[in-house]
Design a protein around this ligand. Structure first.
Ligand code: GTP
Ligand code: MG
Length: 241
């Protein structure tokens, strides 16, 4: 079994990719199960085998405890952490070829508290994170550096292989494509330009062998490349069987 933790900033397309890449895998003859760890989700575009909202819902906490959206989200995260053993039991009971885990809209709930690191270290074997870069947030080269750094933070925090994916590539304009395809040729801009330049050097050094993948969760493009990258994350031959 391969487990994919789908991670990214709010609105980057995590839930849409979970659904559409899952459908693609099913079409390729793989068995797929879906998990949602987002206590704040309103509707999900896929049918989860385990949905953390069966334990706690942000909306209900707001009503019951008189909290605002952020307070309720933090409280929800605490409750999930307290009941982590149950979450792990639910997730571990599944054994499809591919387990696709959609993570909370606010990625800090998953990444910077204990849920993400604990889940990653408990599953570890054949678990990979798929970090989504949202080109809507990318207006200039510096922005791409920031998002790539965030991808490295995901890898550092979770301690599992991470695949970086630019989603929504159906929305890319020529300038964004140029930035993505060759960041090294871009001029870093403004006062923070020299910092961005230094960070770009680090990214470049760390990612020598990595390709930036481009997908569209809505159009269903780039999925074969994503599938191959998942295989490569586990072994040089790319074999996932
Ligand atoms: N054009 C385009 N829109 C996309 C793509 N993927 C997602 N979207 C849109 O982006 C919006 C957010 O998508 P979601 O899948 O809900 O994103 P998310 O990361 O799960 O959002 P949160 O869980 O709320 O953080 C929706 O309107 C999607 O239709 C894509 O590949 N192309
Ligand atoms: Mg979502």
């Amino acid at each position: 079994m391969v487990t994919l933790l789908i991670i990214g900033p709010a609105g980057s397309g995590k839930s849409t990719l979970t659904k559409s890449f899952g459908k693609w895998l099913e079409h390729e003859g793989k068995t797929v199960n879906y998990v949602s760890l987002d206590p704040g989700a309103e509707v999900l575009p896929f049918t989860p085998s385990f949905d953390v909202r069966s334990m706690v819902k942000v909306e209900e906490l707001m009503l019951k405890e008189g909290l605002g959206p952020n307070g309720a989200l933090i409280r929800a995260a605490e409750i999930i952490e307290e009941r982590f053993a149950e979450v792990l039991e639910e997730v571990s009971s599944l054994s499809p070829d591919f387990l696709l885990v959609d993570t909370p809209g606010q990625m800090e709930i998953f990444l910077f508290r204990t849920l993400g690191p604990k889940l990653a270290s408990s599953l570890r074997d054949r678990t990979v994170s798929v970090f989504l870069i949202d080109p809507v947030l990318m207006k200039k080269p510096n922005d791409f550096v920031v998002l790539k750094m965030l991808g490295l933070v995901v890898e550092l925090r979770l301690g599992i292989p991470s695949i970086e994916v630019v989603n929504k590539c159906d929305l890319l304009n020529v300038d964004s494509v140029r930035i993505i395809e060759d960041l090294t040729k871009m001029d870093m801009e403004g006062l923070s330009g020299s910092l961005a330049e230094e960070l770009r050097r680090i990214i470049d050094k760390l990612e020598k062998k990595k390709r930036t993948l481009m997908v569209s969760a809505v159009k269903g493009t780039g999925f074969l490349d994503l599938y191959k990258a998942i295989g490569e994350a586990f072994c040089a031959c790319g074999d996932m069987t």
